[in-house]
Design a protein around this ligand. Structure first.
Ligand SMILES: *Cc1c(COP(=O)(O)O)cnc(C)c1O
Length: 230
């Protein structure tokens, strides 16, 4: 089942890139495996997945040793400062940096371990009360501050768009994140790259690709519906 789902997602990615006049290799699929059993992660790996996304530190710590070493792990969930030390050096990218204090902790731990950490700044583009992420208005300043920290490197922006039945409703937010990344990129801030745009989930990733996503984070579309966590 996983292999068929991955093929279907691949097909959608290709056709979305085609519609947008983008090359397929501009978009990387992250298989969001949160709450799913390891056997399904292995199936996804066998079907070609090499980038996996998890939203809990403990799940990352449990799963990393159980999967092949060439998997690139993405921390996509809210990260508490006291847990930073467990994942620095273990994940390819942290997508959910939304405060200077969190970035400072990542930097501190990276220096201590002698590693370099790539991060994305999470932006609450839709201004939803319930969501983590810096506001679009405060994003540039936050990026400028993080840029000054040692051993932490902003590679772009991430957003979680509102839950909606109609993906078209989220086009405005993807467009806004893209514009924000272009604006920040044009400032040529030292130690800041705006190459990555992590946006789009199962319900809306074709629209996100049309609007410039470089990472799409697909869970349900690969692994099926999730049970709520206990
Ligand atoms: C769960 C999750 C996803 C994947 O959601 P689906 O709708 O199942 O594709 C993507 N991004 C983040 C941050 C998530 O927490």
């Amino acid at each position: 089942m996983i292999q068929e789902n991955m093929e279907a997602v691949e097909h959608v990615i290709e056709s979305s890139c085609g519609r947008a006049g983008r090359s397929r290799d501009e978009v990387t699929l992250i298989a969001v495996s949160k709450t799913k059993p390891l056997a399904l992660l292995r199936e996804a790996y066998d079907a070609g997945a090499r980038e996996f996304g998890e939203n809990k530190v403990q799940d990352l710590l449990d799963r990393i040793p159980e999967m092949p070493a060439d998997v690139r792990w993405h921390m996509i969930g809210h990260l508490q400062r006291n847990k930073v030390k467990y994942i620095v050096g273990k994940v390819a990218m942290i997508h959910s940096v939304d405060s200077l204090r969190l970035a400072e902790e990542i930097s501190h731990e990276a220096v201590k371990q002698g590693v370099e950490v790539d991060v994305l700044v999470e932006v609450n583009v839709a201004g939803e009360e319930s969501k983590f992420g810096v506001s679009a208005a405060d994003c540039t300043l936050l990026v400028e501050e993080i840029a000054k920290l040692p051993s932490v490197h902003v590679q772009g922006l991430m957003t979680i768009a509102p839950f909606t039945e109609d993906a078209e409703e989220n086009r405005q937010y993807f467009r806004k994140l893209k514009k924000l990344s272009v604006d920040i990129g044009s400032k040529n801030i030292d130690n800041v790259n705006m190459a990555v745009l992590s946006m789009g989930m199962t319900g809306d990733y074709p629209v996100a690709i049309e609007e410039g996503a470089t990472y799409v984070r697909v869970g349900t579309g690969i692994f099926g519906e999730r049970q709520p966590r206990q």
